[in-house]
Design a protein around this ligand. Sequence first.
Ligand code: GLU
Length: 507
Amino acid sequence: MAKVRVRFAPSPTGGIHLGGVRTVLYNYLFARHHGGDFVLRIEDTDQSRFVAGAEEYIQECLQWCGLVPDESPVHGGEYGPYRQSERKAMYRQYAEKLVAEGKAYYAFDTPEELEEMRNTFKTEEHPSPQYDHRLREKMRNSLTLGADEVNRLISEGVPYVIRIKMPDNETVSFTDMIRGEVSFNTSNVDDKVLLKADGMPTYHLAVVVDDYLMKITHAFRGEEWLPSAPVHLLLWKYLGWENSMPQWAHLPLILKPDGNGKLSKRDGERLGFPVFAMNWTDPRTNEFTQGFRERGFLPEAFVNMLAMLGWNDGSGQELFTIEELVKNFSMERVHKGGAKFDFEKAKWFNHEWIKRSTNERLLPLVKQALVNAGISVKDDSYLLQVIGMVKERCTLVPDFVEQSKFFFQAPEVLDIDSIKPKWNPDKNNFFKELAEKWGAQAEWTAPAIEASFKDLATAHSIKVGELQLPFRIMLVGGKFGPAVFDIAAAIGKEATIARIQHGLSLL
Ligand code: GLU
């Protein structure tokens, strides 16, 4: 069997939707599972849709997710160039070959003529007439004009496109790895443009030529490309490459959490969650779209969550490392139906991944989050200790700020209201004495602090339970955080005493 070669073939038109990252992921997992190659090909033949920065975004996104291609415009490879715009010269010969064999034709219609065609032939039965077997005879193309006229137009430099001549009423079919046998009647498919007037191929021609030249064995893409499949099938056949055609899988859509239909950027805005992998600002409109990365997702969690949106290994396991995914993934276990996106579930994955990550893994991310919040971290080993104490409580990376701020600075505001109702002179005396006692305390470890606290509570005949909450509020500011004696041990003797004294001054 030929070496497995798969490709992710995005058009660089903006940020990547999570469905796009899932396509990358399934390609990557399949390639790694089979010891094959994973190619990134940039499909940028539509120059009117060029967006500055979009290709860099794609590269960075793959890097962030750890789904790095073996071949790409930046990694190079044997089958380059990997940007279709740089392969422009390769495509024309195939389109011309099809014209010569009567499977495609030149079309000279101007945009105005096409518009007129749509208006003139609109009927109830065909509300949006297409350039197809019904109408091609009525248009200006090499099927209707004489050879001399065609040659004259071409030699005069009149712009033309090359269109595929779709057969009327033929059934074409293929076996999709997820959906099984899929067939189409060609009568409903228009004569798609293969080569544009500027000499650039359209997506349809380029995807077939490149999948062939790049020896792609399996092509996985979103379900929205299924309607294009009959055109591609015929191109593979007409170009005489049928035996090299990749096996296809059309991946199910990722659906809105509420209602039906594909999850869109707008749904994310409406419901308050990211839909793109990373932040993206459209340079044409300045429109900003938030990303999972900046929202505080770990790439491990993001990738794990995406893997499960449409696939499982049948065992009920949900948490997988990328190595485990590579080992267990199979296209046959991808569901046919769309998967509803659930942001709460996405957060659950992140929480689980934060808990299982080492403190060292989290360090740079947490440090950055703290720095962004204006908290400077001087001692990495101290931060590692803090991360270990609070990570259970953090779902998204920015949660570390709230959960660990008080390890670095005294809380600005204390929730005094939750102490006040039960406060009394005995408690006041207890804390005053505690501060004095601790000033002279030599051993500053959590067990020693706890023992000393409890001894003094017994001496004052106050229940320890009644003293811990005020103590926590003095140290942390509110009713949260890890074990209070661990906090005192971590922040140190001086800071602990200072926070008790400050608390007392407010009570
Ligand atoms: N360029 C297409 C896209 O932007 C690729 C579709 C395919 O993989 O065939 O999604």
